[in-house]
Design a protein around this ligand. Sequence first.
Ligand SMILES: [Zn+2]
Length: 109
Amino acid sequence: MHEIGLVEEVIEIVRQRTGDAPIRRVVLEVGALAAVLPDAMRFAFEVCREGTPLAGAILDLVETPGLARCRACGAEVRLDRPFGRCTCGNADLDWMSGEELRIREVEVG
Ligand SMILES: [Zn+2]
């Protein structure tokens, strides 16, 4: 389950920003193409937050849509899963966004 590693990274980044201040809430943007399972993310967070300033924190996941460009006709294609097809029928897509995992907001307190 690679979500554990991702969550550990998120906790590390939050601690670098806020030190030992207790955290109330973390809002995490998860791209639809990031191959991250929200339930696994929440579970990993519950395990990893123990003994850290995030022990009492809520994890909010915001899913952001994936966006790709068709390599055949250049059209933009919205994706909600890591595969898809352009309206022109081509499946050779260049992913532009949706793979990111980004901390949008950290609430201290
Ligand atoms: Zn196309």
